[in-house]
Design a protein around this ligand. Structure first.
Ligand code: 1SD
Ligand code: ZN
Length: 261
């Protein structure tokens, strides 16, 4: 219904090029990161996250993931430094994950997947007037990617997982005020960076990717809560568990991956 793409057998990543030919383009994401082929760039400065006065608004199930949205009418929450020439405003964050005991990250490292991947989506409000305008420009977006690895329970992830029952179905939205995503991040923000795309249709080639090397650690039980969500709407007869909502790695096509350390 409406959505012509998904993560199923017939509408999944291998079919996206039918409606979105850029799926076979020259700067698609995610990619497999080969640490030994990444170029250490001494000119890359540290990533600075200015999320102190950040204002989350709500949490939603958009039918593909769970998304926390932020107030982005001013520069209250921005990412700066690293490969970025301007501060980029935080618009939303969301997750990609696998099935039980399955792989779920989008980026891989030397062919290895993590259980899940968190994406913090930011846009260049210095150069562009709206998020939509930025989302289709070559330097419009900056997405910070954080791997989730299973292990001990994460101290703060319950803030998200405790809210998931309110957004089980596609299209559901609940207030989610005052959440600062800084509590989710690992202690070191060393990263790889490269030029890529959105990993979901319309797959615009507009993203400066910043993939953090150190994963955040979360428990199996915490990840399992994401799988209580469903891809389908409350009114639909069929219920399909939301899992394996990740795109596999795409061709590098001559791009360079740079490393901050
Ligand atoms: O999957 C998200 C999608 O939901 C949307 O947030 C888009 C930005 O408009 O970004 C992609 S992703 O590339 O961050 N996975
Ligand atoms: Zn994403």
């Amino acid at each position: 219904t409406g959505n012509q793409w998904g993560y199923g057998k017939d509408d999944g990543p291998s079919a996206w090029n039918k409606n979105y030919p850029v799926a076979d383009g020259d700067r698609q994401s995610p990619i497999d990161i080969l640490p030994h082929q990444a170029r250490h760039d001494p000119n890359l400065s540290p990533i600075v996250l200015n999320y102190d006065r950040c204002t989350s608004i709500n949490i939603a199930n958009n039918g593909n993931s769970v998304v926390v949205e932020f107030e982005d009418s001013d520069d209250r929450s921005v990412i700066q430094g690293g490969p970025l020439d301007n501060p980029y405003r935080l618009k939303q964050f969301h997750f990609h994950w696998g099935g039980k005991g399955c792989h779920g990250s989008e980026h891989t490292v030397e062919g290895n997947s993590y259980a899940s991947e968190l994406h913090l989506v930011h846009w260049n409000a210095v150069k562009f007037k709206t998020f939509g305008e930025a989302a289709s420009a070559p330097d419009g977006l900056a997405v910070l990617g954080i791997f989730l690895e299973t292990g001990d329970e994460h101290r703060w992830l319950h803030m998200i997982t405790d809210a998931l029952y309110t957004v089980k179905f596609k299209g559901s939205v609940t207030d989610f005020k005052g959440f600062n995503p800084k509590c989710l991040l690992p202690s070191s923000l060393h990263y790889w960076t490269y030029l890529g795309s959105l990993t979901t249709p319309p797959l615009h080639e507009s993203v400066i990717w910043i993939v953090v090397k150190e994963p955040m650690i979360v428990s199996e039980k915490q990840l399992g809560k994401f799988r209580t969500l469903v891809f389908t709407g409350e009114e639909e007869d069929e219920r399909t568990r939301m899992e394996n909502n990740f795109r596999p790695p795409q061709l590098l096509k001559g791009r360079t991956v740079r490393s901050s350390n």
